[in-house]
Design a protein around this ligand. Structure first.
Ligand code: FRU
Length: 483
């Protein structure tokens, strides 16, 4: 397989063929990053869910693996997580050779069709060969649907050192629920969070709960990620987060505002890795949006994952902010093609980007002056990225970016309000065959979006308000990770 199809991203993961949605079971073990994912192997639209599987040493170059989990009598295999059971609390492995344990939602279609509301339950499976093959636990489901909650899913499990137990976050429609367990098999309900805080424009999905140190300070805070569909700031699916505390039982926050992880339309259902080296908080999202995910113009496969990002917590102007930093490892695949110290943007600067469909551009700007960046191809299809100082926001217009007719709302422009303390904030722009990822001010703000040009963009132009500049400019091609 060449992986050279027109919209096939070259440095983003996508399945060899057929439908993919959420990343699942993100876990690192014995030198291997596992990526399981919601997968329907028979079609390029959503269907009976399996867990597809891929592995990587650096989160950039992936090897496809056989399907890991198949639907069974309890239902389809929906989203969930995976842990390394180091203490062999489950008895599925040994202390010397700990088992991987996957915790996922069962969705019983027959139950839903019969008009029942208790068709989502939680199940587990274990692997003794570092995630290659899995055995479902005979005691499944391990959590039954308690009170006929229609949306009761997406368990994220982690080991909570302070209380010496496993903690599970899952979602129940308009809130999250927390459970605890000594052994991953028996679960006790703890608490719930969120009915009266945060965004509620749609159903809550794919929670994640983890602790982060505030950069440059002693303080540690807990972060709760919640995907929501619809209700995202630029329409459809998106991911909000809460900063607070978790004591082994309850998550609490003083947060009043709504915080978004990414302002682009195409970063959904993202969660972070368990068991990473150096405790890094590594995140992958599904680079699509339920508004049009099943209609995008690819034929062999559908959709890709975001580039992996390291999440960090900072305080900006007195408020917590969760930033997303693109993985360093990507630089290994980059070749610098153009570099300069400073360019004044009193006239338009044009860059030839025809050498590669996949590239990265980075530079620093003056935050007090507006700038406009355009990606364009021969057919005059273009994406326009504006940073506007009057409104203090980025705006991206993909209405003429290429194929857009599969969904009306795909043409809507998207906005991202920003704040910065920096006199020279950095802009990093990752472009692949069907995606754009914009990181502003070292990842403090992010926009991730899909685009489907009929031929690759081959020219990039930069124009700015009087006095705007491109500082420390670098353009690099990124080589294909498919081989
Ligand atoms: C999020 C989601 C999850 C669910 C899965 C089903 O995109 O709706 O809540 O587990 O997809 O494929």
């Amino acid at each position: 397989k060449s992986y050279d199809e027109p919209h096939r991203n070259q440095f983003h993961f996508s399945p060899p063929e057929k439908w993919m949605n959420d990343p699942n079971g993100l876990v690192y073990n014995e030198g291997v990053y596992h990526l399981y994912y919601q997968y329907y192997p028979e079609d390029i639209v959503w269907g009976p869910m399996h867990w597809g599987h891929a592995t990587s040493k650096d989160l950039i170059q992936w090897d496809h693996q056989p399907i890991a989990l198949f639907p069974d009598e309890h239902g389809y295999i929906f989203s969930g997580s995976a842990v390394v059971d180091h203490k062999n609390s489950s008895g599925f492995g040994t202390a010397e050779k700990p088992a991987l344990v996957a915790i996922f939602t069962y969705h019983l279609m027959e139950g839903e069709k019969a008009g029942r509301n208790d068709f989502q339950t939680q199940g587990i499976a274990y692997s003794n060969d570092n995630g290659q093959t899995w055995t479902k636990y005979e005691g499944n489901p391990v959590i039954k649907n308690p009170t006929s909650i229609r949306d009761f899913r997406d368990p994220k499990v982690f080991w909570h050192d302070e209380s010496n137990q496993w903690i599970m976050a899952l979602v129940a429609g308009d809130h999250a629920k927390f459970y605890s367990s000594p052994n991953l098999k028996e679960w006790t309900y703890l608490s719930e969070f969120g009915k009266t805080v945060g965004a509620h424009g749609g159903v809550w999905e794919c929670p994640d709960l983890f602790k982060l140190k505030v950069e440059g300070e002693e303080e540690e805070k807990w972060v709760l990620l919640i995907s929501i569909n619809p209700g995202a700031p630029n329409g459809g699916s998106g991911t909000q987060y809460f900063i607070g505390d978790f004591d082994g039982n309850t998550f609490t926050t003083n947060q009043k505002d709504i915080k978004w992880l990414d302002y682009g339309t195409d970063n959904y259902a993202g969660v972070t890795y368990n068991n990473t080296p150096d405790d890094q908080r590594l995140f992958i999202g599904w680079m699509s949006n339920w508004n049009y995910a099943q209609k995008t113009p690819t034929k062999e496969w559908r959709s890709a994952m975001t580039i992996p990002r390291k999440l960090d917590l900072i305080k900006l102007k007195g408020d917590y902010l969760l930033k997303s930093v693109p993985m360093d490892a990507l630089n290994k695949y980059a070749t610098s093609m153009q570099k300069f110290e400073k360019e004044n943007l009193d006239s338009i600067y044009t860059l030839d980007i025809s050498k590669s469909t996949s590239h990265k551009t980075s530079f620093y700007i003056d935050p007090d002056k507006s700038i406009s960046i355009e990606l364009k191809n021969k057919a005059n299809e273009k994406v326009v990225i504006n940073y506007n100082t009057e409104t203090s926001e980025f705006q991206i217009d993909r209405s003429k970016s290429g194929i857009t007719d599969f969904e009306e709302s795909f043409k809507d422009s998207m906005r991202m309000p920003v704040k910065t303390n920096n006199i020279r904030p950095k802009i990093e722009l990752f472009v692949d065959r069907s995606s754009i990822e914009l990181f502003f001010d070292d990842g403090n703000y992010v926009m991730t979006l899909q685009v489907f040009p009929t031929s690759p963009y081959d020219e990039m132009t930069f124009s700015g308000q009087q006095g705007q500049l491109l500082d420390h400019f670098e353009y690099s091609t990124i080589k294909s990770t498919w081989n």
